[in-house]
Structures are given as structure tokens and as C-alpha cells.
Design a binder for this molecule. Structure first.
Ligand SMILES: Cc1ncc(COP(=O)(O)O)c(C=O)c1O
Length: 424
């Protein structure tokens, strides 16, 4: 048997894996095209979105076409895209929204911003929302579910959408980490009533900061647009339909993006297919090079064909072994830790959502939890989703980046094979 590097043997990955320029996949491909697009906007002096040749509008149309959806609205972040989706669907005070305990805090924060109460559900071996726990957590106050497609992997959408249908609930898909992922042939975000992308620096495509909310529903789109810009009826005077708005205009916040964001996002969208082709080829090479596992199971992926291929995860038998596994892999040249690392308050894990667990609000009267219209009794604690913490304690995650080639992905797999053989 090969001697493990942690015990003085040769490393499975002799050369360090290629690093990334920080950020996500899109940032690795930033080039002259983005520079030219941004420069053109600056030279034109037209940085405000409402004009006939708007770059933001152009991006919205191109994104809607790519996704295969009727409407897309660009906003300034993924968080605001989720807030606009919730507002567009009429979710607010008195409502509960179920979301997974493994997602960026912004998913829960968006629910609070809309005035509703986040209810935290367990994840399962898909590292996404567990449909069985969703069913357990539905109350008469539940209005919606937010499946989150973490790290490019589509959640268990068929089961979650079936539950939503049975209980007459709305579905908002958080696709911030899964731009371009598919589920049973359809782009994620189109299974629910609305979907949200983040275009921040760490995402599959990026314009630095930005977001997109999309839907097939005319009314939801119109209401999401009101939620994104209090002066929309004024800016869109010419675009106002002959017969007027579908609903009464309302005002909340302003999430309007600049033309610079629209221009850069348009170029990045043109690179999306290339990015996904690369990451998928890496994950495919990685999976094909893995031996039959002895002491771990691969993360369940409900639709492998739709996986963006930006990550893979293995789930080890127990937490103690997971730590040993991670240390051995790091020594082999594949730096990793468990997904649930006590030493670092990772805001992707509910136990570190301090402002949510503490039911914080910017004024006491704005608290969704004490709002008199809220008749439920949602309580939070660090221990409330033990299965989520247990799975994250045992999960090791690996990323596939634009700077890697298939040989790197195969080398990653060979490091895992070697450690698994030693521990198995
Ligand atoms: C799953 C998820 N949801 C929502 C967001 C919020 O996106 P943004 O940072 O663009 O507001 C993020 C961003 O990291 C995310 O990963």
C-alpha cells in the first residue's frame, strides 16, 4: 500500500494545484472584452439604465433568452434579487419561508428584509434542502420554500416542487451559486415561481456585484420591478402598457444597477457556456478517476447532467475520520477541511447566522418575529438542525476552477483514492 504523505510518503499531487486570481470562475476569464464594454459605457457618459440602448436591458434580454424565461430583471446583488422575488410574489409580514440551514446568510436575510420569518430546514446527503424535513416544518403560516442550489449542484427540485404543489406553496429558487445549472433539462430557476442569480465576484459569471431575478409570470415581474425601483413608473413611462399596470405600483427600496454592470455582465454571459463546459469536463474527469469508495459516499446529485461541475463533495463515515481524511488529503497536496469548520464562523452554515438566530431587526417594530400579523412560533438555536451539522461535519468539498486542467482533476481523485485505501 502507498505510504501516506502525512506519514512521510510521497505526495499524490507533487506540484501544487493551480491557484485562482481570487473570486470565482467568471473573474478568471475577465479580459479585454469586459474592459472594452465598460470603457464604451464610460465614454458614452450614459451610466443610467433607462435609455433606449441600455446595456442593462440588453443583458436582461440576453439572460432571459439563455435561461428560457419570459422576464429577467437585473438588480445590484443576489440578495436584492431574492428580496425582489419575495416582494414580487407578495410574501411579507405574517408569512414563513422554509430554506436550508446550509446556504449563505443572504437567503435568510432576504426573507427578513421582505418582512417574513425564515424557517430553517435540514439538508440531506445532497447538501441541499431535505424534502422530508420541509414537510415536517410546514405550518399554516408557510407561504414559500427556497431551494438553494449550492456550489453548482441542483437541489432535489422534483420532490420539493411536488411538496410545494401539494401544500399550495410558492417556490423561489436561489441559483446564486448555480448559474446555468439544469434540472431534468430545464435551467434551474425555472422550476419555481421565480429564480435568483448573484453576479458577485465569487460567482460563475460576475460583474463585480450584481443580481438577476427571473420569472415567467408577468405580474411577478412587474411587482419585482416595483420592488427594485420606487420611481419605476416614472422611468418606464414610455414602456407602460396601454392598458396600464397589472397591479397597483408600490415602493420599497432601490436596487437599480448601473450600465457598467450591465455591460460587463453581458460579456460574461457570452462566456457562460465555455465556463460550464470546462468545469463539467473537470468534474467528469474527477468522477471517472475515483475508485470504488471504502469509507465515504459521494454527495447525492439528483441530476448529474445538470450539475455545473464547479465542486464535488464526499461524505465520510464519521466526523473524526473526516478530520483525519482532510489532514491526510492536505498532506497529499489537496488542501481541504470539513465543510463545518468550528474554527471559522462560516456564514453559509445556519449556526453562524447570528443576526437571524438572534432575531435582529433595525428597529424593534420592524421585527418579523414580533409583528402582530405573525401568529407562528418559530424559534432558533444552534442545535436546531443536528442532521445538517452532522453532515457538514463529515463532508469534504473540492472546487474545480478555470485554472485547472483535467490532469489536475484526475490527480485530485488519485489523492482521494490513496487516502481512502489507507483508511478503508
Ligand atoms: C446561495 C447564495 N444566496 C444568496 C447570495 C447573495 O448574493 P449577493 O452576495 O450577490 O448579494 C449568495 C452570495 O454569496 C449565495 O451564495
Amino acid at each position: 500500500m502507498d505510504r501516506l504523505a502525512i506519514h512521510g510518503g510521497p505526495k499524490a499531487i507533487a506540484e501544487p494545484l493551480p491557484g485562482t486570481p481570487g473570486g470565482g470562475h467568471g473573474v478568471s476569464l475577465l479580459g479585454d472584452e469586459e474592459v472594452a464594454a465598460a470603457t464604451e459605457v464610460l465614454r458614452s457618459g450614459r451610466l443610467f439604465r433607462f435609455h433606449p440602448e441600455s446595456r442593462v436591458r440588453h443583458f436582461e434580454r440576453a439572460a432571459a433568452h439563455w435561461i428560457g424565461v419570459e422576464h429577467a430583471l437585473m438588480v445590484n446583488s443576489g440578495t436584492s434579487a431574492l428580496i425582489c422575488a419575495l416582494s414580487g410574489l407578495g410574501i411579507g409580514p405574517g408569512d414563513e419561508v422554509i430554506l436550508p440551514g446550509y446556504t449563505y446568510i443572504a437567503t435568510a436575510a432576504a426573507v427578513v428584509a421582505a418582512g417574513a420569518v425564515p424557517v430553517v430546514g435540514e439538508i440531506d446527503d445532497s447538501l441541499g434542502l431535505d424534502p422530508l424535513d420541509v414537510e415536517r416544518k410546514i405550518t399554516r403560516h408557510t407561504r414559500a420554500i427556497i431551494p438553494v442550489h449550492m456550489q453548482g449542484v441542483p437541489a432535489r427540485l422534483a420532490d420539493l416542487c411536488a411538496i410545494a404543489r401539494d401544500h399550495d406553496l410558492l417556490v423561489i429558487e436561489d441559483c446564486c451559486q448555480c448559474i446555468g445549472g439544469r434540472y431534468r433539462g430545464r435551467v434551474v430557476g425555472t422550476w419555481g415561481h421565480a429564480g435568483a442569480w448573484s453576479l458577485n465576484y465569487f460567482k460563475i459569471i460576475t460583474c463585480g456585484e450584481g443580481g438577476l431575478v427571473f420569472t415567467n409570470d408577468d405580474l411577478v415581474y412587474e411587482r419585482a420591478s416595483f420592488a427594485a425601483d420606487p420611481a419605476l413608473p416614472m422611468w418606464m413611462r414610455d414602456a407602460t402598457p396601454e392598458e396600464g399596470w397589472l397591479s397597483e405600483p408600490f415602493s420599497t427600496q432601490c436596487y437599480r444597477p448601473s450600465e457598467l454592470l450591465g455591460a460587463i455582465a453581458t460579456v460574461q454571459l457570452q462566456k457562460l457556456d465555455r465556463i460550464l463546459a470546462h468545469t463539467r469536463s473537470l468534474k467528469q474527469a474527477f468522477l471517472s478517476a475515483l475508485d470504488e469508495p471504502r469509507c465515504y459516499a459521494l454527495q447525492h446529485v439528483d441530476d448529474p447532467e445538470g450539475d455545473c461541475g464547479i465542486s464535488a463533495a464526499i461524505i465520510v463515515r464519521d466526523a473524526e475520520l473526516a478530520l483525519k481524511f482532510a489532514a491526510a488529503l492536505t498532506a497529499e497536496g489537496l488542501p481541504c477541511g470539513t465543510a463545518h469548520n468550528d474554527g471559522f464562523p462560516d456564514r453559509h452554515i445556519y449556526r453562524y447566522w447570528d443576526s437571524i438566530l438572534g432575531k435582529g431587526a433595525h428597529t424593534p417594530a420592524a421585527s418579523p418575529w414580533t409583528d402582530p400579523r405573525y401568529q407562528g412560533s418559530t424559534e432558533y438555536s444552534i442545535e436546531m438542525c443536528p442532521r445538517t451539522l452532522d453532515i457538514l461535519d463529515r463532508a469534504l468539498r473540492f472546487g474545480f476552477t478555470m485554472t485547472m486542467q483535467v490532469e489536475h482533476a484526475r490527480a485530485m481523485a488519485s489523492a482521494i483514492n490513496k487516502v481512502d485505501r489507507a483508511f478503508g
